[in-house]
Design a protein around this ligand. Structure first.
Ligand SMILES: NC(=O)c1ccc[n+]([C@@H]2O[C@H](COP(=O)([O-])OP(=O)(O)OC[C@H]3O[C@@H](n4cnc5c(N)ncnc54)[C@H](O)[C@@H]3O)[C@@H](O)[C@H]2O)c1
Length: 244
């Protein structure tokens, strides 16, 4: 396999499982040094498979000093950071009538503020270091709006606006900012859905199946590498054609 990221260092938030873990693996397999930041204090067992070029640091993306210290750890270990993947996310689904203010705030905090914090910290560092690539995790829920997800759809649509605004602000420093919008992807986040709901969703997917975390990670790889050197402020849907 060709190495697209040899010598580069990437930080992936929410990389302990699911799409973040698959992204860490794919970027690592393309030669990158990988730093995973996740909310767990101790390094999760899933992350003990990287033999080298890997660092785990506990990090809460809603807290700017926590993300700054994740960056400091990455720079101390590998000398610099070239790629930031703002992937951490949560769901707290409920109809608007039943959703609590706390559930709304939690989702906006992690999924929207967390991406803003990660983009701000990464851009400030990359401005001084000569450039970089930032990839933000949105969701098709932000494009179409999902029943029971007024909090999540709002946050994920917000990630698109944030990505475009940030791309305009930092292009002059050689920093590109793009977003990925996954559809239904098999991860611990979607494991909780019943078979019946999955079947109903799959009927809406032209490719006729859920996606894998690795298929999303490959889209992140595109934005993280020079393959996308003339691409910024865009949103790539990885949905099997759902809601095209
Ligand atoms: N799975 C899907 O179908 C799907 C679809 C569209 C978008 N997404 C988005 O992709 C991203 C990854 O989703 P996933 O399915 O892998 O979810 P997941 O629940 O499997 O993994 C999310 C990770 O984020 C971490 N995390 C949560 N809060 C955090 C915080 N405050 N700080 C740091 N880390 C935190 C969790 O510990 C976990 O490791 C999320 O942003 C999600 O919204 C997922």
């Amino acid at each position: 396999m060709t190495e697209l990221l040899g010598g580069l260092t990437c930080v992936v938030t929410g990389g302990a499982q699911g799409i973040g873990l698959a992204t860490a693996k794919v970027l690592w397999s393309h030669g990158a040094n990988v730093v995973v930041g996740d909310i767990h204090k101790e390094q999760p067992d899933e992350l003990k498979q990287f033999p080298e070029r890997f660092l785990y640091a506990a990090c809460d993306v809603t807290n700017i000093s926590s993300v700054e210290s994740l960056f400091d750890r990455a720079v101390n270990e590998f000398g610099k950071v070239d790629i930031m993947v703002n992937n951490a996310g949560i769901t707290r689904d409920a109809t608007m009538a039943k959703m609590t203010e706390e559930q709304f705030d939690q989702v906006i905090n992690v999924n929207l503020k967390g991406v803003w914090v990660g983009t701000k910290v990464a851009a400030s560092y990359m401005k001084e270091s000569g450039g970089g690539r930032i990839v933000n995790m949105s969701s098709i829920s932000g494009k179409t709006g999902f029943f029971g997800q007024t909090n999540y759809s709002a946050a994920k649509a917000g990630v698109v606006g944030l990505t475009k605004a940030a791309a305009k602000e930092v292009a002059r420093y050689g920093i590109r900012v793009n977003a990925v919008q996954p559809g239904l992807i098999q991860t611990p986040m979607t494991e909780v859905l019943s078979e019946e709901i999955i079947k109903e969703k799959v009927r809406e997917i032209p490719l006729g199946r859920p996606g894998t975390a690795e298929e999303v990670a490959n889209a992140v790889l595109f934005f993280a590498s020079d393959l996308s050197s003339y691409v910024t402020g865009t949103v790539l849907e990885v949905t099997g054609g759902r809601y095209m």
